[in-house]
Design a protein around this ligand. Structure first.
Ligand SMILES: Nc1ncnc2c1ncn2[C@@H]1O[C@H](COP(=O)(O)OP(=O)(O)OP(=O)(O)O)[C@@H](O)[C@H]1O
Ligand SMILES: [Mg+2]
Length: 336
């Protein structure tokens, strides 16, 4: 499949919307050694360069203030991040990939599946299926577009040590994909700390520049933040760093036309919160996560073995819910 993805990319998996190689800065007298420094920091496209702050660029070793001015000027000649007409945005949105969840119910709730160029967040109590959906998407992300797939490879960042290749094998059987190739197309990394997570995101951007990826998973986003920053005293610092990490994720989604799927934990909220009044639990991460996620899904247990997914927040989808199940072949419908 690796070869197939490279040579037979279908139209909507092309990265034509995103990437003008950072190498082109050479045309404007930026030397390759400096370009390589940017690449090492995960900045591989002209657009990517225009998306980062000056402060971030200054933190790259060997990149001075003067160099940054020259680089940004060069990038602006290649790529513009200004206004574009609504119709051209509509045209661009035609390239969005939608990745099936494995459940018809969930897919119709999401108007076709998890979408690229956006962050989808699933939060809910333990054992509600967040990790199972992550695994299912790892497989369906590789299916051809005609089968509801994203026709690309996957990067999986595991912060809770719950990634299981054995599950990928079982799920690939259901979708009739070659098990070994499916596993080969998933790059997995364990993130132990927030710094490590951020380094992995930079490395992920480089990988996506080199090859066709359709999905990036972070299961779960808040785990390292909750370990690295404890207590109220560190809360504001935590939120600041969290904001940067999420903005990195969103840039990856937009730049490479990949779907970002992240899971989130819930905490007990004995005080009650009107937005979540029907359930005494709410996602961790506060407003920073709420604002970064394009679509938020709330998972809870339903009748028997069923699970319920409710859309909490989406720019496009109405608030509604559906049921799904977890099986050997991953996420499925209750009557499967
Ligand atoms: N092979 C399988 N067949 C059927 N169901 C399975 C299989 N493997 C796991 N499950 C179901 O998945 C559930 C665990 O779901 P999952 O690990 O996705 O939870 P989670 O929402 O990620 O929880 P946490 O918050 O603890 O990470 C199990 O309780 C079980 O019902
Ligand atoms: Mg989990």
């Amino acid at each position: 499949m690796e070869k197939e993805i490279d040579t037979e990319m279908e139209d909507n998996s092309q990265m034509d919307l995103s990437s003008t190689s950072i190498d082109r800065l050479q045309e404007h007298n930026i030397n390759m050694a400096d370009i390589n420094k940017l690449k090492a920091a995960g900045i591989c496209t002209a657009k990517g360069l225009l998306m980062v702050t000056r402060k971030e660029l200054l933190s790259i070793k060997g990149i001075s203030d003067q160099k940054i001015d020259k680089m940004i000027e060069a990038a602006q000649k290649i790529e513009s991040l200004g206004f574009s007409s609504a119709s051209s945005i509509m045209e661009k949105r035609k390239h969005i990939r939608r990745i099936t969840t494995g459940s018809h119910n969930l897919d119709s709730l999401l108007h076709g599946g998890i979408e690229s160029m956006a962050i989808t967040e699933a939060f809910g109590e333990f054992r509600t299926g967040k990790t199972q959906l992550s695994h299912t998407l790892c497989v369906t992300a590789q299916l051809p577009n005609s089968q509801g797939g994203g026709y690309g490879k996957v990067i999986y960042i595991d912060t809770e040590n719950t990634f299981r290749p054995e599950r990928i094998r079982e799920i690939s059987k259901r979708f009739e994909l070659d098990e070994n190739q499916t596993l080969d197309n998933i790059l997995v990394a364990r993130a132990y700390t927030v710094d490590h997570l951020n380094q992995l995101l930079m490395a992920a951007a480089s990988k996506m520049y080199e090859d066709n990826y359709s999905l990036m998973i972070v299961d779960s986003i808040m785990a390292p933040f909750r370990v690295d920053y404890t207590g109220r005293g560190e809360l504001s610092e935590r939120q600041q760093v969290l904001g940067k990490t999420l903005s990195r994720l969103l840039k990856i989604a937009e730049q490479f036309n990949v779907a970002v799927f992240m899971t989130n934990q819930v905490m007990s909220d004995p005080g009650g919160n009107t937005a979540f009044a029907c359930d005494p639990r709410k996602p961790v991460g506060g407003n920073i996560v709420a604002h970064a996620s394009t679509t938020r899904l709330y998972f809870r247990k339903g009748k028997g073995e069923q699970r319920v997914c409710k859309i909490y927040d989406s720019p496009l989808l109405p608030e509604s819910e559906c049921t799904f199940c977890l099986g050997d072949g991953g996420v499925c419908d209750p009557n499967d």
